[in-house]
Design a protein around this ligand. Structure first.
Ligand code: G3P
Length: 212
């Protein structure tokens, strides 16, 4: 199971990398817009820290411009994976890029049918947004189950990224279901480590030791 951080914040990335649990990073235009500095330089710095897959999203709506943008972003680092929205133009661009061995993370996936098309077009990664489905009372976890079954049924090489993670329970569910990758915000990484009994246990051990 791979754990990715869903952020473009260098401080957060450095912190989780030190824990020895960080396999990759996913960014998107909303996350990038929160950071100060040059877009390409931030991505380069993230790649140098993570030394694993770093998703950078294209902004163009049409396939020709998506391909151009993707090729340009790919020059930043060998670790860059191109994030492309699941649209018809996105599929066309993914088809071209996958043939040129440029890895694509197809994003904004909300259904099994979208995932089938993404896998067929050659996306290396498929990102269903679980939290946003839950938000509209459409259980995201059911979509994850379907997509994992489909990828297994046909031996598609695409890896599923469980995205739009809102709480640690999503991470547990992802792991039980066998999601290949989970990408989560810093606050969810932080809540994974917390347990009140751990804190109480440490306090009790220290108190006992001082009483010796
Ligand atoms: O990588 C993008 C995805 O994880 C979005 O999450 O919380 O904005 O729905 P959220």
């Amino acid at each position: 199971m791979k754990l990715y951080l869903d952020t473009a914040n260098i401080g957060e990335i450095k912190e989780i990398a030190q824990w020895g649990v960080l396999d990759g990073v996913t960014t998107n235009p909303s996350l990038m817009s929160r950071e100060k500095g040059d877009y390409r330089e931030i991505l380069k710095e993230i790649c140098d820290i993570v030394k694993g897959p770093v998703s950078a999203e294209v902004l163009s709506p049409n396939s020709a411009d998506m391909v151009k943008e993707a090729k340009d972003l790919s020059k930043i680092s060998e670790h860059i994976v191109i994030k492309i929205p699941c649209t018809i133009d996105g599929l066309k661009a993914t088809n071209i890029l996958s043939q040129e061995k440029i890895r694509v993370n197809m994003t904004l996936i909300f259904s099994a049918n979208q995932a089938i098309l993404a896998a067929k077009a050659g996306a290396s990664y498929i990102s269903p947004f679980v939290g946003r489905l839950d938000d509209i009372a459409n259980p995201g976890i059911e979509v994850i189950k379907d997509i994992l079954d489909i990828l297994n049924n046909y031996n598609f090489p695409s890896r599923l990224i469980f995205a739009s993670v809102r709480h640690p329970e999503h991470v547990r569910q992802a792991a039980i279901l066998g999601a290949h990758i989970v990408t989560m915000p810093y606050r969810v990484f932080s809540s994974m480590i917390k347990h009140p009994l751990t804190d109480i246990g440490i306090e009790r051990f220290l108190n006992d030791w001082e009483k010796r």
